[in-house]
Design a protein around this ligand. Structure first.
Ligand code: DAT
Ligand code: MG
Length: 150
């Protein structure tokens, strides 16, 4: 089976608020497969690369400062349409526009404190995985998949 992958990251506010387990649990419960997980204090350089597409936005300096304010937890999840589905599970960028039941819709209010990141396309996911996990990530078969996929 082709393994689509996405990069999901709990932002500093999500880590400090103790939401790491909750976010992991939602991806686990859904049936996605964890390929990598780490807590780290990202550097300004790493964050500027991660958000390079937004560098001309007026909120960019504030965004980078927010992301520098504490540790983050980065993870790689795999599964069928995990990029798109991961974004649905996260909710809209602006938490006030996020449906209840989504992570942002259940736990956040302001766009500048929206708890989590999820890749927006398969191509950007692969770029982000290479950026955040230069050491590489796991690739393994899971017997559980026969209970999740038809
Ligand atoms: P997303 O995180 O949903 O992929 P994005 O990639 O457009 O959204 O933006 C990255 C982050 O930048 C987002 O999670 C929060 C911040 N951001 C986006 N739009 C913003 C805005 N209009 N004002 C303040 N922060 C914003
Ligand atoms: Mg984005």
């Amino acid at each position: 089976m082709a393994q689509e992958r996405t990069y999901i990251m709990v932002k500093p506010d999500g880590v400090e608020r103790g939401l790491v387990g909750e976010i992991i649990k939602r991806f686990e419960n859904r049936g996605f497969k964890l390929l990598a997980l780490k807590a780290l204090q990202p550097s300004r350089d790493l964050l500027e690369k991660h958000y390079a597409d937004l560098s001309s936005k007026p909120f960019f300096p504030k965004l980078v400062d927010y992301m520098l304010s504490g540790p983050v937890v980065g993870m790689v999840w795999a599964g069928k349409e995990v990029v798109k589905t991961g974004r649905v599970m996260l909710g809209a960028t602006n938490p006030l526009a996020s449906a209840p039941g989504t992570i942002r819709g259940d736990y956040a209010i302001d766009v500048g404190k929206n708890i989590c990141h999820g890749s927006d396309a398969v191509e950007s996911a692969e770029k982000e995985i290479a950026l955040w996990f230069p050491e590489g990530v796991l690739n393994y078969e899971r017997s559980l998949d026969k209970l999740i996929y038809e």
